[in-house]
Design a protein around this ligand. Structure first.
Ligand SMILES: CC(=O)N[C@H]1[C@@H](OP(=O)(O)OP(=O)(O)OC[C@H]2O[C@@H](n3ccc(=O)[nH]c3=O)[C@H](O)[C@@H]2O)O[C@H](CO)[C@@H](O)[C@@H]1O[C@H](C)C(=O)N[C@@H](C)C(=O)N[C@H](CCC(=O)O)C(=O)O
Ligand SMILES: Nc1ncnc2c1ncn2[C@@H]1O[C@H](COP(=O)(O)OP(=O)(O)OP(=O)(O)O)[C@@H](O)[C@H]1O
Ligand SMILES: N[C@H](CCC[C@H](N)C(=O)O)C(=O)O
Ligand SMILES: [Mg+2]
Length: 486
């Protein structure tokens, strides 16, 4: 329980009704989850307007309401606070309710189209290994110093986010590394948080269903940097076309990393093999376990952030050299006959190109590359033909299949993908709606030494069809088929 007047600290109202003199049990923004004596925040969403549920929330026990417009009929002894933007207010009150946990540890956010999970996870593992107590908020999972908490979003809603940060503070965590998705910035899920630093990985095509244009997608990422305080660091990728855009209006300390352009922290790839990367990083030559040019960028981002967090260079490099990446990212298994299977979360055109070009770079000879790929339903449709085209450009054979069709017809999603295929390559593609079957066929087509890349789902443990999630795990499927081959 917490006093309402304390929860409202720092919130600007346009109008208020009531004295805020009461104790509040919880902050709730979904009327279906209202509990007695809670504060209900009415948020306008993408599907419905939370204001339509104010009455329901009150009837279920909400004693105070934050909203942008007062409902026509207000009954009962309920306090009302009108604000210009409820989603911003939600962030502020959620942080206050949990005693502003982000100011009690060092919070570092990672944004960008690809690499957020990898960078945040590596930072978490690195700082853990350096002896700190740490937290992680990521697509794959959340962690409170080793204790796993299931993740539902890349960036949780403000209430869950502050609750998890408060738990980290309670467990004595010194750091939290989190992913900041563009959806989270636009929806103000990070409002009220105090960041010690922000990292930008890269910006390429994704999520245009939500952001509509590439410029507004870019501006969502940039808004995170605009929001940083003066004493934070703003670390960007100098080699990305939009890297410097991120720093345009921030008042934080501007820092950069890169392998091509001038940057504060630099690296060079000496070797890039299946067994790992050999880099010259900030003047030191070190082997790492991660594979591919894109991971050289991820490692450099992590190293740079560790330097900005004033860690010892030698200890950081020794620890980083031992680390593996996040689950479902370039996760590979070798069958008894020598066929190589790689499970990867590439689900944007750029990521598909990166993973497949990496496979080309690190394979020993002319082993064939067979790619299994799908595109998510109810998500950016414009990326479908592009992902398919890129997969064809970099593979010897491509099997189109399903990847969480959600409410859409899986066959139609595959048709949208097929639109991107060059007619000359068509005979090298197949379409198999059932993902299990698609993986099986891909492995059966492979000769010893060939490489089967299964892209799009990475760590995911489900396939969502017509709103129903059934257990499905690409790596499990791959290993089961490999086992049968023994
Ligand atoms: C499109 C999108 O991002 N939607 C998010 C958004 O919901 P919304 O705005 O659509 O909500 P809505 O259904 O319109 O409802 C509006 C309001 O009315 C309330 N309501 C609704 C119904 C009711 O009966 N009573 C009630 O009070 C809702 O609680 C909400 O406050 O706010 C919710 C609370 O924070 C999120 O759970 C929800 O994520 C949905 C489930 C989702 O799938 N989001 C994905 C796209 C997402 O956020 N992805 C990014 C990562 C992307 C990447 O990988 O880069 C992420 O950070 O996870
Ligand atoms: N720095 C990078 N540049 C380009 N592609 C990358 C980079 N890092 C990873 N990838 C590719 O993108 C995929 C997703 O990586 P990761 O999960 O780290 O990104 P993410 O930004 O967290 O994605 P999401 O937005 O879905 O959470 C990887 O499986 C890999 O194929
Ligand atoms: N987290 C991202 C990627 C999901 C990847 C793919 N497996 C899908 O379901 O579309 C999203 O919500 O867009
Ligand atoms: Mg992620």
């Amino acid at each position: 329980m917490k006093y309402l007047s304390d929860i409202l600290d720092g919130l600007a109202f346009t109008e208020l009704q009531g004295s805020a003199d009461m104790e509040i049990s919880a902050i709730v923004f979904d009327s279906r989850k209202v509990e007695p004596n809670c504060l209900f925040v009415a948020v306008k969403g993408t599907q419905v307007d939370g204001h339509d549920y104010i009455e329901q929330a009150i009837s279920m026990g909400a004693v105070a309401v934050i909203c942008e417009e007062l409902p026509a009929h207000v009954t009962g002894e309920v306090d009302f606070f009108m604000v210009a933007d409820s989603s911003i207010a939600l962030g502020i009150v959620a942080a206050n309710f949990y005693d502003n946990p982000s100011s009690k540890l060092k919070l570092v956010g990672v944004t960008g189209t690809n690499g957020k999970t990898t960078i945040a996870t590596l930072l978490y593992k690195l700082f853990y290994d350096l002896g700190y107590k740490c937290g992680l908020l990521s697509t794959v999972e959340n962690q409170i110093n080793g204790q796993v908490v299931t993740a539902t979003h890349t960036t949780p809603d403000p209430v869950v986010l502050n609750m998890l940060l408060a738990e980290m503070v309670e467990k004595g965590c010194d750091y939290c590394f989190m992913e900041v998705s563009s959806h989270a910035v636009v929806q103000h899920r990070i409002e009220g948080l105090k960041f010690t630093g922000a990292i930008f990985s890269n910006l390429t095509h994704d999520h245009l269903d939500y952001h509509k244009t590439f410029d507004s997608y870019r501006d969502a990422k940039k808004a995170f940097f605009d929001y940083l305080p003066k004493n934070a660091f703003a670390l960007t990728n100098a080699d990305d076309k939009n890297g410097m855009v991120m720093l345009q209006n921030t008042i934080a300390h501007k820092k950069s990393y890169g392998m091509k352009n001038m940057a504060d922290y630099r690296a060079k790839i000496i070797e890039n093999q299946f067994s790992g990367l050999f880099l010259n990083i900030d003047g030191e030559e070190v082997w790492f376990k991660l594979v591919g040019t894109f991971n050289a960028y991820n490692l450099l981002a992590v190293y740079s952030a560790a330097m900005l967090l004033e860690q010892d260079k030698a200890k950081v490099l020794v620890s980083l050299s031992k680390l593996t990446g996040a689950r479902g990212r370039f996760d590979y298994v070798i069958a008894a006959n020598g066929t190589i299977g790689i499970v990867d979360y590439a689900h944007s055109p750029d990521a598909v190109q990166n993973i497949l070009s990496t496979v080309h770079d690190v394979r020993k000879g002319k082993e064939k590359v067979i790619t299994v790929l799908g595109c998510g339903g109810d998500r950016d449709k414009t990326k479908r033909p592009i992902m398919a085209r890129v997969a064809c450009e970099w593979s010897d054979k491509v099997i189109f299949t399903s990847d969480n069709p959600r409410s859409e017809d899986p066959a139609q999603i595959i048709k949208d993908m097929e639109e991107g295929v060059d007619p000359a390559f068509k005979r090298h593609t197949m379409s198999i709606v059932d993902r299990r079957e698609a993986i099986k066929v891909a492995v059966n087509l492979a000769q010893p030494g060939d490489i089967v890349v299964i892209a799009g789902k990475g760590h995911e443990k489900y396939q969502e069809i017509k709103g129903v999630r059934t257990h499905f795990d690409d790596k499990e499927e791959l290993m089961a088929i490999f086992d049968q081959m023994k």
